[in-house]
Unconditional design. Structure first.
Length: 232
């Protein structure tokens, strides 16, 4: 799987091909949480992974990102390509940026790893409402502002062949920024992109739903139905 690509010529265009997952097993250590998870996502789709805390939503996102190995029985294909060939933009629920660097320095570093990111950092920061914060140290920002810096990558990437994997991207965002993010997700899918995300917040955009409760194996550390209903 390709996270940070240095040569776009080596990629096979996959914009019009479906991503198909069959018989995924989601596990935490030696404990299986879900089994036989299957779904298909095509160009222009947003897939919202739902389920109670502890059921494996983040684990599934990380599996798709290539950060957790798949079981031998799993079938995971995008057209004729396997995960190692995919172009992925993964943003986890932790912002994963350097607290000692400025906002601009953090994004410059990410841009150096993603040569197909556009060069207009100022436009990306303006899109997330952080114009004027370029030279502020990351540690000085609020939680919501830190999330915005992390999400600025979505405005630096215009590659419709890239799969966006977003774990709780709406966390800590105010109403205005949540609206801007929703609009960016829709823009990406209108260009033929696809998005797989988790969120405990109700979404006001067109989505398809994958509820992991359908595939869950019962464990005491997974929230009850009542708790899940209260969270949503």
């Amino acid at each position: 799987m390709t996270f940070f690509e240095s040569d776009k010529e080596v990629r096979t265009p996959m914009k019009n091909q479906a991503l198909v997952a069959k018989n995924l097993t989601i596990a935490r250590g030696d404990t299986e949480l879900c089994s036989q998870v299957s779904f298909t996502i095509s160009s222009g789709q947003i897939l919202h992974i739902q389920g109670p805390n502890g059921i494996g939503k983040t684990t599934l996102i990380m599996m798709l990102a290539g950060l957790i190995p798949l079981s031998d029985k799993t079938q995971l294909m995008w057209g004729s390509s396997t995960p190692k060939d995919w172009s992925v933009l993964y943003i986890g629920h932790l912002v994963g940026l350097n607290s000692g660097l400025s906002v601009r320095e953090n994004l410059n570093f990410l841009q150096s790893l993603n040569l197909d990111f556009c060069a207009d950092l100022d436009a990306a920061l303006n899109a997330v409402g952080l114009s004027g914060y370029e030279d502020i140290t990351f540690a000085q920002l609020s939680s919501g502002q830190k999330r915005r810096v992390s999400l600025a990558r979505l405005w630096l990437s215009d590659d419709a062949d890239r799969l966006w994997l977003l774990d709780e991207p709406f966390t800590a965002l105010d109403t205005l920024m949540a609206k801007r993010l929703s609009e960016r997700l829709i823009e990406h899918t209108k260009n033929g992109g696809r998005v797989i995300l988790t969120s405990h917040q109700p979404l006001s955009i067109p989505i398809d739903i994958l509820n992991l409760k359908k595939y869950a194996l019962q464990h005491d550390d997974v929230d009850s139905d009542a708790e899940w209903a209260s969270e949503c």
